[in-house]
Design a protein around this ligand. Structure first.
Ligand SMILES: *Cc1c(COP(=O)(O)O)cnc(C)c1O
Length: 421
């Protein structure tokens, strides 16, 4: 991958010609504003709509029309077990066994449900380690869980901060925090990839360190799933959650995912908030009074599954399965490196804060007129994400972004710096 990059349209196009995943771009709808197709760099916020999604949803609408309630068992994809259709592809994306993965609810809901089972604080062991700059919903979930168990959130939650003057959380500082809190630590709950700076955490070593002091390790994979390769099973991660509307392209607020390690699946003593869909499907419709959890991550399901939303997710997962995460990550590295190169050509003022441990997102600090530069990009057909006070987040997504997109972004940014100078 020692490509000598050039900042030219011809060079970008030549990389696109060599890209064996290039045709996947045509499987997605790009937003069109005022007749102009947009250059899209916010697949980390809301993934684009696959062209196939409509037909997947239509299939279920038609079966509903045709079968009514009988669709639970007689639809082409019977709704009773629809979530099982998403299992293998989802397990593949996070590096899990199929039984360890379930598609259900929303991300924050799943985080709460799994914390009910895996955050079991005692007077002695109640602390939670998380990363500085975690997504607000994660912070609220952790704080409210600590409070729910009668702890003071400020005392219970240990935040690992970046070293002074940097924007990156050093791996050794995470390990140090675990060691320093070894007698009081209940849970390490971090992002797999931080949403703000795009940093990928070493989930394997963090999990090992947590286990070594007798704590549980959980991860929020909102920005990791569909973005980086993971091996949750082999890493021994206890639990994880993710959403499906970012890199997984399943549409706004679509159904989320959860992982529970195999070693916990047969433990019937684990406390959980149960619902009938978590019951063993073989006996679910016997409507018994006593809950019989199925020995799979499915046991955490509460309700009848949202089939229309799952159909949208299936459309996208089928694309991931054909493209293959291995090839996607290879392209991702090249595309993101090209973005880095192009950004360095735009202006000396840009500071990339994403470390080398990264997926396909670069977060950049624009110290001057950042908001105006973001607006200029928007007004000129480039969709990016702005975070106060000074960070622009850019995600070149290997499924549908091209090297030409990256080159064009660089050009529009140059113009933006010129007009705001
Ligand atoms: C996007 C995101 C969320 C959003 O949570 P929802 O429950 O899906 O609204 C939560 N945490 C992280 C880290 C995210 O990136």
């Amino acid at each position: 991958m020692n490509v000598q990059f050039e900042n030219s349209l011809e060079f970008a196009k030549s990389l696109d010609r060599q890209d064996e995943l290039a045709e996947y771009r045509s499987r997605f709808f790009f937003p069109v504003i005022k007749g102009k197709s947009q250059i899209y760099f916010t697949g980390n916020s809301l993934g684009l709509q696959p062209v196939a999604t409509e037909s997947y949803i239509e299939q279920e609408l038609n079966d509903w029309k045709e079968f009514g309630v009988e669709g639970h068992f007689h639809a082409k994809n019977p709704w009773y077990s629809y979530h099982e259709l998403l299992r293998d592809a989802s397990a593949e994306l996070v590096g899990a066994k199929p039984s360890e993965v379930v598609i259900m609810n929303s991300l924050t809901t799943n985080l709460h449900l799994l914390m009910v089972s895996f955050y079991r604080p005692t007077k002695q062991r109640y602390k939670i380690i998380c990363e500085y700059g975690a997504f607000p919903s994660d912070n609220y979930a952790l704080q409210s869980q600590a409070q729910f168990h009668g702890f003071d959130a400020d005392d219970a939650i240990v935040i690992v901060k970046p070293k002074v003057g940097t924007h990156v959380i050093a791996h050794e500082d995470v390990l140090k925090a675990i060691e320093e809190n070894k007698d009081s630590l209940a849970l390490v709950m971090m992002g797999g990839v931080n949403y703000y700076n795009g940093q990928v955490f070493n989930m394997s070593e963090i999990t090992e360190a947590a286990h070594n002091v007798g704590a549980i390790a959980g991860f929020d994979l909102a920005h990791a799933t569909g973005n980086i390769k993971m091996s949750l099973h082999d890493w021994n991660v206890d639990f994880a959650v993710w959403c499906s509307y970012k890199y997984l392209n399943a549409g706004p607020g679509s159904v989320a995912g959860a992982f529970v390690h195999e070693k916990h699946l047969c433990n019937k003593d684990l406390p959980r908030f149960a619902g009938w869909w978590g019951n063993d499907p073989a006996t679910r419709f016997q409507m018994a009074d006593k809950f019989e959890p199925v020995a799979a991550a499915d046991a955490w399901q509460l309700s009848n599954a949202p089939v229309l939303s799952m159909a949208a997710l299936k459309a996208s997962l089928d694309i991931f399965t054909t493209a293959g995460l291995e090839k996607l990550t290879i392209k991702s590295k090249l595309l993101t490196s090209y973005l880095e190169y192009v950004l360095k050509n735009v202006s000396d003022e840009i500071q990339i804060i994403t470390p080398v441990e990264r997926g396909c997102q670069l977060s950049v600090i624009i110290p001057r007129d950042g908001k105006r530069i973001h607006e200029y990009l928007t007004d000129n057909g480039v969709i990016t994400d702005w975070r106060e006070p000074d960070v622009l987040r850019l995600a070149p997504v290997p499924l549908y972004n091209s090297f030409e997109d990256v080159f064009k972004l660089g050009n529009v940014m140059k113009e933006a710096f010129a007009v705001t100078a």
